[in-house]
Write a protein that binds this ligand. Sequence first.
Ligand SMILES: O=P(O)(O)O[C@H]1O[C@H](CO)[C@@H](O)[C@H]1O
Ligand SMILES: Nc1nc2[nH]cnc2c(=O)[nH]1
Length: 294
Amino acid sequence: MFPEQKLGYTYEEYKVTADWLLANTEHRPLIAIICGSGLGGLAEILKDQKVFSYSDIPNFPQSTVHGHAGRLVFGTLKGKSCVCMQGRFHLYEGYPIWKVTFPIRIFRLLGVETAIVTNAAGGLNEDYKVGDIMLIKDHLNMPGFAGNNPLVGPNDERFGLRFPCMSDAYDRDLRKLAKTVARDLGYSDFLKEGVYCVLGGPSFETIAECNMLKRLGADAVGMSTVHEVIVARHCGMRVFGLSLITNKAVMDYNSESKANHEEVLQTGRERASQLEEMISRLVEGIEPNNNNVC
Ligand SMILES: O=P(O)(O)O[C@H]1O[C@H](CO)[C@@H](O)[C@H]1O
Ligand SMILES: Nc1nc2[nH]cnc2c(=O)[nH]1
C-alpha cells in the first residue's frame, strides 16, 4: 500500500461535477441507467433530452471502448426523470477503480435513488443461450478478492458506511417487478436469473478459467458493473442489474468458438428493442423512494 497515492476524489470534487450538471440541466433524475457494451440505444428512448459529452463535464472520465459513446443523457421515460450513461468505464481502460465508479456518486448527489445497471456478458451456465437476459441476483467480485474494491481508501461518511453490507445488493422487489414485466411482454422464454462474475479484462477467459468460474457459482462473466453496484449500495441506492448474454463462454477444448467484441455488440443490436421495452416498463413501475437511503 502507498499511503501517498491518490485513492479517490474528494467530496468537493464530486460536488463540482454535480453542481455543474445541476446548473446546466433542469432535469432532476431519480433513476440512473448505465448502458452496457452495445446497449447505448437504451438512452434513445428518453424524451426531452439534454445531452452532455463526457468531455464537456468537469472531472468526468472519457469513454475509450467501441460501443460506449461517452454521453450523459438526461430525459424522461414514462414521465419519470432519468439520467442515462451511454458508455461506462472499465478497469482495463487503465482507470483506477475510483474513476470507474465516479459517476455513481455524482448521480447520488443529483438525487438519484435507483440505479439500473446493464452489461454484456458471456454465459457460463449451460442452460443459457445467446440473447438471454439474466437478472442479476448476486455477484462474484474477483478484483475485490485481490483488494481492488472501489471503497478502498478513507471512508467518507457523507456517502456511506465503512463496511457496507452486500448480501442484499440486488433489490429483490425490483427483480420481482422485472419478472412480472418480462412475463407480461412474453419474454419469459429468454429471461434468466443468476450470478454475475466480474474480472479485470480486457482478455477474454481461457477455457480453464471459464470452467473454474462456473464451479465457483457464476452464471455469467464480464468486466464491469460490480464496482458500480458496490458504490451505489454504499451510498444507499437501490440497484437493479441485468446482463445480456451476448456470447457463450467457451468451456470445451473441442470448441472452435472464440469470444470477440463484435459478436458482443451484434447481440446487443439484436436484443435492443426488447431491452428498451423491458427497461421502459420497469421504470414505469418504480416508485419514488423519497430520497431515503435503503
Ligand atoms: O460490461 P460491458 O460494459 O457491458 O462490456 C462487456 O463487453 C466488453 C467485451 O466485449 C467488456 O467491456 C465487457 O465488460
Ligand atoms: N469477461 C467477459 N466479458 C464479456 N463481455 C461480453 N462477453 C464477455 C465474456 O465472454 N467474457
